[in-house]
Design a protein around this ligand. Structure first.
Ligand SMILES: *Cc1c(COP(=O)(O)O)cnc(C)c1O
Length: 456
């Protein structure tokens, strides 16, 4: 057994903590993000051995590098097997270029990979302490369903989701309301901001402290570590086929959690030649890499790849930390990272909506590959990189672009661009006829508080 890895805060103003503490805290006390002080290595032989393993076993091996000192190996194996019970297709496009579909989980979003594992790890530690936690979350649709599905059936965690009655689609609603068991869903007679305000007020209400309220926010280290795995998986599977010595990934990015998983995979020893970071019109990162000056985009721009409408990526301080710099939670850089090294390893590009739509059209007609807006930003980034590097012989290069959601989640956009209706994946199909459990509530804090006090 190795020495346990401890976790430092990117703001460097707080003591290092254990994985368990970082997981249960989420945010560091100095408002920084937790990062491993040491990055474990995976050898070439280990990577070669991944070639024929099912996804969950690769997950067990890769995450075990961080977690085998944190929970019994048998337990980790059990959690991983339970979390990753769905397919991870690598779809051929052309040459040695592929799209990795991270959209086969229960909410058809790549966020399932992180949320399902984080939920199981939290539940494991709570059970050890014989403790319960109530997760409160406000949603405009997608986050709520990902959280609700990831935590469904975990017996030490209860989930309360608030959504604005008139602002979610029928399909989004059903993904939350048909679960039951430990998932309670409130339909609020108000707007998304009202939902968020009620949740915030509950968190700061001392009279509710005894309830152990928590949020499942996206900056938790427990969401980052699972996102390392699919980079190893893609390389191992395709290496076996093509004998390629290295790989280039293109990652459609918003808060940069996805790409941080990839950068960590590279630092663990995966032969990644380059990362293509593709953003939508929110181009603060491509600008930073070019000019070494950081300017948030406030408010963020609305693009059709809506999950990437981020004007200040929450994981950027982690990336800066990995390259030796310090960025605080406001985006202020007190120590510059090594930009030369960053540019060597990362290519960043901004793709606008017109290019995104054009890409959906082209990949469909040229290759019969159906992308949705986020995955199309990734593929357009890959193409931009190739165009920008005409001298390099990229024909023989292995490329993987990430598809982060299922096209059926964006039926209107796809229909407008291609005139077809994408077929629903089974995960979304099965909910149509299921019974819904909905608690209707007026927009008032006292009603919400009474609900919390009487339900738990
Ligand atoms: C969240 C999300 C992204 C962005 O991922 P980050 O880790 O925030 O960069 C991209 N695509 C989809 C569909 C998402 O839901």
């Amino acid at each position: 057994m190795n020495k346990p890895i401890s976790y430092y805060s990117t703001n460097l103003k707080t003591a290092e903590v254990s994985f368990r503490e970082a997981l249960l805290k989420g945010l560091a006390p100095d408002r920084g993000l937790f990062m491993p002080e040491y990055i474990p290595q995976v050898s070439e032989d280990e990577i070669l051995a991944f070639c024929d393993m099912p996804y969950f076993e690769i997950a067990y091996k890769v995450m075990g590098k961080f977690l085998n000192t944190e929970l019994p190996e048998k337990k980790l194996y059990e959690l991983v097997k339970d979390a990753y019970n769905f397919d991870v297709p690598l779809e051929f496009v052309c040459d040695k270029k592929y799209v990795m579909r991270l959209d086969q989980g229960p909410t058809a979003s790549f966020k399932d990979f992180a949320a399902r594992m984080m939920g199981r790890l939290i539940n494991y530690y709570l059970a050890l302490e014989n403790r319960q936690l109530i997760i409160l979350t406000a949603t405009s649709g997608d986050t709520g369903s990902a959280i609700a599905n990831a935590f469904y059936g975990l017996n030490n965690i209860k989930v309360v989701v608030l959504y604005p009655e008139k602002e979610v689609t029928l399909r989004q609603r059903k993904q939350m309301t048909t679960l039951g068991e430990n998932i309670q869903v409130i339909s609020l007679d108000g707007k998304f901001d009202d939902c968020q305000a009620l949740v915030k007020q509950a968190f700061s209400d001392h009279e509710l402290e005894y309830l152990n309220l928590s949020s499942a926010n996206s900056i938790n280290i427990g969401r980052l570590i699972p996102q390392i795995v699919y980079y190893f998986y893609a390389y191992a599977r395709l290496h076996k086929k093509h004998q390629s010595k290295d790989i280039i990934f293109s990652v459609p990015s918003g808060n940069f959690g996805d790409m941080m998983g990839g950068v960590l995979a590279m630092k663990m020893g995966l032969p990644i030649k380059k990362f293509i970071i593709a953003t939508n019109a929110n181009d603060e990162f491509p600008k930073l890499l070019k000019t070494q000056e950081y300017k948030k985009i406030e408010p963020s721009l609305n693009c059709i790849s809506s999950a990437m409408n981020v004007g200040h990526p929450s994981n950027l301080s982690r990336l800066i930390a990995l390259y030796g710099g310090v960025m605080d939670e406001t985006g202020y850089i007190s120590k510059q990272p090594d930009y030369t090294m960053m540019r060597k390893e990362i290519y960043a590009i901004s793709i606008d909506d017109a290019q995104t739509r054009q890409t959906i059209k082209e990949t469909y007609h040229q290759f019969k590959v159906l992308l949705e807006p986020h995955g199309a930003v990734g593929w357009a980034g890959l193409k931009a990189f190739i165009k920008d590097n005409p001298a390099a012989d990229l024909q023989e290069q292995l490329f993987v672009s990430l598809e982060t959601a299922h096209p059926a989640k964006f039926p209107e956009e796809i229909n407008t661009i291609l005139g077809i209706d994408p077929e629903l994946p089974d995960s979304l199909k099965n909910i149509e006829n299921k019974q819904e459990f909905i608690i209707k509530m007026e927009n008032s804090y006292s009603a919400f508080k009474t609900f919390l006090k009487t339900s738990f």
